[in-house]
Design a binder for this molecule. Structure first.
Ligand code: TXA
Ligand code: MG
Length: 322
């Protein structure tokens, strides 16, 4: 990596003059702009081809700064923030007046998060404004977990990518909406429900992450499209129904399948570790988005820990428009 101080200074200079910068976070790379500069935020929607109805998360360095982005921070939100921030958690809170409606797609609420990546945290500390940032991928495609992923797809549309290496969590933040005392899970993500349950009670009714979730407008069922047909389920069973398997790609937790070219098979974690699996998921989907593969068969992960978020992404990737 080049001189880190200089990299952060360059990123800060672009952002200050209203340009976009791709930033590393512990979850995925974000495509950032000054959240308070509408002309800069517009560039995010343009670069991603993102529809205006899909709100952006605002990134900041401290709970104190969250209190200037949200007009109200309920006690339970403080409790969650103190326990899990910086980290892979986004809180949806009532928005402060100063946050442009463009950022929140007209909603009276705003998503806030403190990313746990040293480069981006330092960048945020140096800037006098928070950063609006969605994942740094073209709308509807798989999120990027390396600077190269961003370069491959958006390199010619953004002036600078702050390279912070591979994202250690690898799957987007868990999104929680807090309304007074009430909390709801709008997106499964890098913070496991089991960890959240140590701090707040989460009943099934509070988990609103169905495949087409009107509460989290960006959570369309057809997201995370890797450019191929994806089937989620029992890989071994599915293989039996396919005659010619030479153009099949496989994503499994650790199982290997005889008769399938090795370069078409990806095991997400040899030891069956679901955190490692989450870290490798999006790279795997990109790797199988290759001309020699027509169909991806993905194994359903155990319904626990980050397995739930992985299944959610694979489910969306497998959604076929009617
Ligand atoms: O880990 C992450 O959250 C990454 C990194 C870059 O921080 N960001 C990310 O952003 O995944 P994005 O834009 O790809 O997904 C954010 C989603 C939106 O699609 C939307 O569903 C939800 O967050 N969201 C944001 N603001 C919201 C709001 N005010 N109300 C409801 N949902 C909101
Ligand atoms: Mg996204």
């Amino acid at each position: 990596m080049a001189d880190i101080g200089t990299d952060i200074q360059r990123a800060a200079a672009y952002l200050t003059q209203g340009d976009l910068v791709a930033i590393p976070t512990e979850t995925v790379y974000g495509l950032a702009a000054n959240a308070y500069d509408e002309a800069a935020v517009v560039k995010i929607f343009e670069a991603k081809n993102r529809p205006a109805f899909d709100p952006l998360i605002v990134h900041t360095h401290s709970i104190a700064q969250i209190a200037t982005i949200a007009r109200e921070v309920p006690d339970v939100a403080y409790k969650l923030a103190e326990k899990f921030m910086p980290g892979p958690l986004t809180l949806i809170l009532p928005k402060a007046e100063r946050v442009p409606l463009l950022v929140t797609s007209g909603h009276d609420s705003v998503g806030v998060r403190i990313p746990r990546h040293p480069l981006t945290l330092e960048l945020l500390r140096q800037l006098p404004f928070p950063l609006a940032a969605p994942s740094a991928n073209p709308f509807g495609y798989v999120s990027p977990t390396t600077a190269q992923h961003v370069q491959d797809q958006l390199g010619d549309r953004i002036p600078y990518i702050l390279d912070g290496g591979a994202c250690p969590v690898g799957i987007e933040s868990t999104i929680i909406r807090v309304t007074g005392e009430e909390i709801e899970v709008l997106r499964l993500g890098g913070l496991a429900l089991e960890e959240l349950a140590e701090v707040v009670q989460i009943s099934k009714a509070k988990i609103k992450t169905s495949s087409s979730n009107p509460d989290a407008p960006g959570m369309l069922s057809s997201h995370y499209n890797p450019g191929k047909k994806v089937f989620l389920g029992e890989v071994g069973e599915h293989l039996k129904s396919i005659g010619d398997t030479s153009r099949v790609g496989i994503i499994s937790l650790k199982e290997k399948f005889a008769g399938i070219p090795v370069q078409h098979q990806i095991q997400l974690s040899a030891s069956g570790d679901l955190q490692e699996a989450a870290r490798n998921l999006f790279s795997a989907l990109r790797q199988l988005d290759t001309p020699t593969v027509d169909t991806i068969l993905a194994e359903r992960m155990p319904d626990q820990g980050l397995g739930r978020a992985i299944n959610d992404r694979l489910q969306r990737a497998s959604f076929q428009e009617e």
